[in-house]
Design a protein around this ligand. Structure first.
Ligand code: PEP
Ligand code: MN
Length: 361
């Protein structure tokens, strides 16, 4: 159920409706919009008795949300969601500053993920050591990429494969962030490490294998940091949006969806990158949709074509694996771009973004 407030509803009237929803043992989710506030209601098993709320001052109408995912749906929130990543904390800027100055370069303080932009998140599959992370962070910042990905905890198919550098890896990421001002995106594998990962990152990544780890989804739902939710490798669009709903139901509305390829009969690529999911995902949900072509195809030579195709298909951003020495990477080297390869791709993406009305971010 969605309570739509009148355009001129006062803050007191909104608070009153929120309290009334709580009094019914339900959970209110106020969502301020451009012209009016809407208040989503979750927690009901059957239908909500709408008469109690309809009569309250400032209420315009009550709308039943027909989809099983509520907070993630466009019915609940019509406009595209823009997730803002507050950058520059590392510099202890005053709250008023809108730009970060770093040696000769000036950056906007916040990175926004959503309409009008294509946000780049790039970096190695895993944190291997401090030198390669620092080198990558500096390279990214020099090339206008403000968010670096790198896993400290790695979910590997084989228990004998490199499992990541764990807590030490998180410390390395935190130092790279402190030194260069780059934003960090890293995967949270289990609830045990939730606090440590939350402290070290700007965006928490939930991997494909954990898309339906409901305990983990509930845990990040209680956090403040944005969550990049990868699509499960066998998840339907509805499964994926229901996973987003778990996070949002806990009060964390900053969810970014990320398509990374699904399992199919095809064996010419590591996975089948399902770009056809972007338009329906954006039709059904207001959340930003990013694409990870690296895990999608699994081979470096095919990554650029699919990155460009993802942008053309409406992706709000790209997650790419880039390594200073891909042939000697500890994980996913075959699908990682070299610095040169990534620079070339960035040039092509910038050219394509313009006619699409997007800005590379
Ligand atoms: C990753 O991003 O390195 C990763 C493990 O991704 P996925 O969960 O999509 O396999
Ligand atoms: Mn990887």
């Amino acid at each position: 159920m969605l309570v739509v407030m009148q355009t001129h509803a006062t803050p007191d009237e909104i608070d009153h409706v929120v309290d009334a929803i709580r009094a019914m043992n339900l959970t209110p989710h106020p969502m301020p919009g451009a012209t009016r506030t809407a208040i989503g209601i979750t927690g009901n098993i059957g239908a909500v008795d709408s008469r109690t709320l309809e009569v309250l001052p400032g209420v315009s109408e009550l709308i039943r949300v027909t989809k099983p995912f509520k907070l993630a749906s466009r019915e609940m929130h019509e406009a595209d969601t823009l997730v803002a990543i507050p950058m520059g904390q590392a510099f202890q800027l005053d709250a008023e500053a809108s730009h970060v100055r770093l040696e000769s370069l000036t950056y906007e303080k916040n990175v926004t993920i959503g309409p009008g932009t294509c946000t780049m998140i790039a970096g190695p599959c895993s944190v291997e050591n401090e030198a390669m992370i620092l080198r990558t962070a500096e390279f990214m910042m020099e090339n206008g990429v403000r968010l670096m990905r790198a896993g400290a905890f790695k979910p590997r198919t084989s228990p004998y494969s490199f499992q990541g550098t764990g807590l030490e890896g998180l410390k390395i990421l935190a130092r790279a962030r402190q030194k260069t001002g780059i934003g960090i995106v890293t995967e949270l594998l289990d609830t045990d490490n939730a606090e440590a990962v939350e402290d070290a990152t700007d965006i928490i990544q939930i991997g494909t294998r954990n898309m339906q780890n409901f305990a983990l989804l509930k845990r990040v739902g209680m956090m403040k940091k944005p969550v990049l939710l990868k699509r499960g490798m066998s998840a339907t669009l509805e499964d994926w949006l229901m996973a987003a709903e778990y996070i949002m139901a806990g009060g964390n509305y900053n969810v970014i969806l990320c398509e990374r390829g699904i399992r199919s009969f095809s064996d010419h690529s590591r996975n089948t990158l399902d770009l056809s999911v972007i338009p329906p995902a954006k039709k059904l949900s207001h959340l930003p949709v990013m694409v990870d072509p690296s895990h999608g195809v699994g081979k470096r030579e095919f990554v650029p074509q699919m990155a460009l195709a993802a942008l053309a298909a409406g992706a709000d951003g790209l997650l790419l694996e880039v390594h200073p020495d891909p042939d000697h990477a500890a994980s996913d080297g075959a699908q990682s771009l070299s610095f040169d390869g990534f620079k070339k791709l960035l040039e092509s993406l910038r050219k394509l973004a313009e006619p699409l009305g997007k800005r590379l971010n």
